[in-house]
Write a protein that binds this ligand. Structure first.
Ligand SMILES: [Zn+2]
Length: 137
């Protein structure tokens, strides 16, 4: 998918999720570029600054096949914003332990975050049966 198409889809679909997740008071910035090293298959990332309610979501259009894959990625990354206060915990832990200990704890942290996102995705898809995209099933 090209960057312009990705931008148009994000512009059309993101307000619905920002409203649904009550993130209206957040400043969410979207960027579009390759993420990680060559060979990585990262569709998107989300970094947050919960103190200032800023989130930066990076979308990797090159890897995304279609609109459905992009909107799933967009929704996934916006769900990460919901548990952004965990980042304060993570930053605090990083200051208290050695880098070796932090690396081990951070693996568990990321696993737990991805699990939390998956639970919310399952609630939206399987329990609430919300259409992924506005106006579509
Ligand atoms: Zn994730």
């Amino acid at each position: 998918m090209d960057k312009t198409t990705a931008q148009k889809i994000v512009k059309a679909q993101s307000p619905r999720y920002i409203k649904l997740f009550h993130l209206n008071d957040w400043k969410v910035t979207f960027k579009y570029n390759w993420i990680g090293e060559e060979g990585d298959l990262t569709f998107g990332t989300c970094t947050t600054d919960p103190s200032y309610k800023h989130a930066t979501i990076v979308i990797n259009p090159e890897l995304l096949e279609d609109e459905i894959e992009l909107v799933k990625t967009l929704r996934h990354e916006l769900i990460h914003v919901l548990h952004s206060s965990f980042d304060i915990y993570r930053d605090t832990v990083q200051k208290l332990v050695s880098s070796k200990e932090f690396d081990a704890l951070d693996t568990v942290f990321h696993y737990a975050c991805e699990d939390a996102v998956m639970f919310i995705e399952n609630i939206l898809d399987k329990e609430l049966k919300l259409p992924l995209m506005k106006g579509k099933r």
